[in-house]
Design a protein around this ligand. Structure first.
Ligand code: MLT
Length: 262
């Protein structure tokens, strides 16, 4: 499969097995700053901006999870970095599951964070399409401010007083065309729950006890369905576990990486 998509902007650091970090919505690679800084002794950490986010331009009007996954496979090829441990948060997890289904040969293991395997309900999909239209006419400021508080837990915000300002700034700087394209793509993503028992890759599933956007039970269901999966719940963290509690998050990922066979 080939694509005319531009190569994704990305940042990388470290040596070892590839750890491909896929950000959520509407984020960019800076979501993974603590992993780019702290996991470099155990992995080659690669954090791209998905097409239409950060410094990666050229989104189609609808960016399906399959299209994002194909861009990522092409990036890994370009960097001679496959097979990879593919780690995705929330929308990044939807994309990681698409990647596992489409490109199993390029997959070494999976880390699924604060995500779900099910598709949108018809109501949720309709709301996303309505948001996409608003973003196109009014810009990301029409929907992003209302999303910021739900990203992190009250405990994390109390501990780190500038957390929400940083998260909000990251979300608000994303281009409207990319935000709208992702909303359309998420609205039409398929249900991947039925395919979970067939995933052969070792899998680490991470959730935050206080995630209100994707409740821990929904993420835990992924760990129950994948044969070689382990669940870690980060106490007191919300939706952005890698940023809210990098110490515990990185310890879980480090332990997983260092125990992978061969
Ligand atoms: C995300 O953080 O990527 C979003 O909450 C995913 C979604 O809107 O379903």
């Amino acid at each position: 499969m080939t694509t005319n998509a531009p190569l994704l902007h990305h940042v990388e650091a470290g040596h070892g097995p590839t750890l491909l970090c896929i950000h959520g919505f509407p984020h960019d690679h800076t979501l993974w700053q603590p992993q780019l800084e702290e996991l470099t002794d155990v992995a080659r950490v690669i954090a791209p901006d998905l097409r239409g986010f950060g410094a990666s331009g050229g989104p189609d009007a609808t960016m399906t999870m399959r299209a994002y996954a194909t861009d990522l496979r092409n990036l890994l090829r370009h960097l001679d970095a496959a097979p990879a441990v593919v780690m995705g948060l929330s929308m990044g997890g939807y994309i990681a599951l698409a990647f596992a289904s489409l490109f199993p040969d390029a997959l070494r293991a999976l880390v699924l964070c604060n995500t779900r395997a099910t598709a949108d309900t018809p109501e949720a999909a309709a709301a996303r399409l309505a948001s996409a239209r608003r973003v196109e006419t009014e810009g990301p400021g029409a929907v992003v401010p209302g999303m910021v508080e739900g990203m992190t837990s009250a405990a994390s915000r109390a501990r780190d007083k500038t957390l929400n300002d940083r998260v909000g700034a990251m979300m608000l700087r994303q281009p409207g065309a990319g935000v709208a394209a992702a909303l359309r793509g998420m609205a039409e993503r398929p249900d991947r729950a039925v395919g979970l028992p067939a995933i052969k890759a070792r899998t680490l599933v991470i959730t935050g006890s206080d995630d209100t956007l994707i409740p821990p039970a929904e993420t835990a269901a992924i760990a129950e369905a994948i044969p070689h999966a382990r669940l870690v719940t980060i106490p007191g963290a919300g939706h952005l576990t890698p940023l809210e509690n990098p110490v515990q998050f990185n310890a879980a990922v480090r332990s997983f990486l260092t125990r992978l066979p061969g």
